[in-house]
Design a protein around this ligand. Structure first.
Ligand code: SAM
Ligand code: SF4
Length: 440
């Protein structure tokens, strides 16, 4: 028997890319590939890329440049680019970097085995179609190998919202939801393989409207179906849009014990003028009222968000409105970015903010968000939380897991195993994590 071929995948960007990389590895597993952690001994290198900000996209080209020597030493090495840069830049990638053999867009991953076979014959292959067939169905044969206690599961892809700054509607295409029975089958399969916590993924996950037995289902209905899966202990979902936060989902946060008290709900900005120019279709006020309703249903919920500063035409006054919104909401965690011009999006054509002013605003916003994050984390001390253990800690006898609120928690003298869920009392709060002790 010949030795298995080795596959090195490097993943950039969002959780959906992490999920997609797993599925691509599985698809190529069927062609005799095993994964390697080093590009040096790989027969195939795949970069699963992100196009959301300019820096993310440029990283791909510098990374590709580094593989030149490897390819010279090993002419049979095949190099592929997947993900949103592949979708957005297609042939341009092969022109800019001739050592690339294969370019595959996010909707064509099920065709990867065929593409790999063609690339092996020396052909350059490119597929950035948005095919009709269901790529997830074609990719469904996940091997039965045991896996860690947490997993991502994509339920919805693409976006029809067209925020003025964002490439996602162009790179991931129109919004599509997977049928519920396929998601449930995949979830049961993951649980059989050791998964205890599933994070449902979608660019607009709360716009989920996949086919169910009695017509389309909402995300909340899907969550209630997953709630019935024995052995699945925790459910999360990300990323949500404020306008798709329906009543039944808010109620589920109050009523479904498996649904974790954590919600990532990006707002982007606090100025109504900027929100309108961003095409967000919500106001600062409607967002704040929404958070109040969610907190009424689940008072301890931890709110997370995304922010963009320096969006075209943003004034200091507009930025202050973002700071005011943050003060009012109190975020447990957040992601904040300086606006990055993306060619082809409406905002790219508008008057850009002075980069030094944008840097300064980002620093001030991040200081406030870090302070809030710290306060929320510190407020956990003395509380009892659930912790799902994910790995051994660095100290002997120590285990590390995630709390219901997604904080990392270290537990000393811990006799539990990876995959165990335990009640833990939080005893102290450090720079990036909490320490706790087992109860009982
Ligand atoms: N669908 C989600 C939503 O509507 O909030 C967000 C998906 S996007 C992949 C993740 C985050 O990247 C956005 O929430 C936004 O804050 C940020 N982002 C997107 N385009 C950006 C750009 N051109 N410049 C800076 N940040 C950007
Ligand atoms: Fe991008 Fe999210 Fe807006 Fe869709 S809703 S365009 S993914 S930021």
């Amino acid at each position: 028997m010949s030795a298995p071929k080795k596959l090195f995948i490097k993943t950039y960007g969002c959780q959906m890319n992490v999920y997609d990389s797993e599925r691509m590895a599985e698809a190529l597993g069927g062609e005799g590939y095993v994964e390697t952690k080093s590009p040096d001994d790989a027969d195939m290198i795949l970069l699963n890329t992100c196009h959301i900000r300019e820096k993310a996209a440029e990283k791909v080209y510098s990374e590709l440049g580094r593989f030149k020597g490897l390819k010279a030493d090993k002419p049979d090495l095949k190099i592929g680019v997947a993900g949103c840069v592949a979708q957005a830049e297609g042939e341009e990638i092969m022109r800019r970097q001739p050592l690339v053999d294969l370019v595959v867009g996010p909707q064509s991953y099920h065709r990867l085995p065929e593409m790999e076979a063609k690339a092996r014959t020396g052909e350059k292959v490119l597929d950035t179609d948005f095919p009709e067939e269901d790529k997830f169905e074609k990719l469904k044969n996940r091997p039965k190998a045991k896996r860690g206690p947490t997993a991502f599961l994509t339920v919805q892809e693409g976006c029809d919202k067209f925020c003025a700054f964002c490439v996602v509607p162009y790179t991931r295409g129109a919004e599509v939801s997977r049928p519920a029975d396929r998601i449930l089958r995949e979830a049961r399969d993951l649980v059989e393989r050791g998964v205890r916590e599933i994070t449902l993924l979608g660019q607009n996950v709360n716009a989920y409207h996949g086919a169910g037995p009695n017509g389309d289902m909402t995300l909340a209905q899907l969550i209630w179906e997953l709630d019935k899966v024995d052995g699945l202990e925790r459910i999360r979902f990300t990323t949500s849009h404020p306008n798709d936060m329906q009543d039944d989902l808010i109620e589920a946060h109050g009523a479904c014990a498996k649904l974790m008290p954590y919600l990532h709900l990006p707002v982007q900005a606090g100025s109504d003028k900027i929100l309108k120019r961003m095409n967000r279709a919500h106001t600062a006020e409607s967002y704040i009222r929404l958070i109040e309703r969610i907190r009424a249903a689940r008072p301890d919920i931890l709110i997370s968000g995304d922010f963009i500063v320096g969006f075209p035409e943003e004034t200091e006054e507009d930025f202050q409105a973002t700071m005011d919104l943050v003060e009012e909401v109190k975020y447990g965690t957040a992601y904040s970015f300086k606006y990055s011009t993306r060619p082809g999006t409406p905002a790219a054509e508008r008057a850009q903010v002075d980069p030094a002013a944008a840097d300064d605003r980002l620093q001030r916003l991040q200081a406030l968000l870090t302070q809030q994050q710290r306060e929320v984390q510190d407020s956990m001390v003395g509380r009892e939380v659930g912790v799902l253990f994910e790995k051994a800690g660095r100290l002997p006898g120590q285990m590390v897991g995630k709390s219901d609120y997604l904080h990392a928690v270290h537990v000393a003298d811990c006799d539990r195993n990876i995959g165990d869920l335990a009640r833990v009392r939080i005893v102290s709060s450090g720079p990036n994590s909490l320490a706790g002790e087992l109860i009982g």
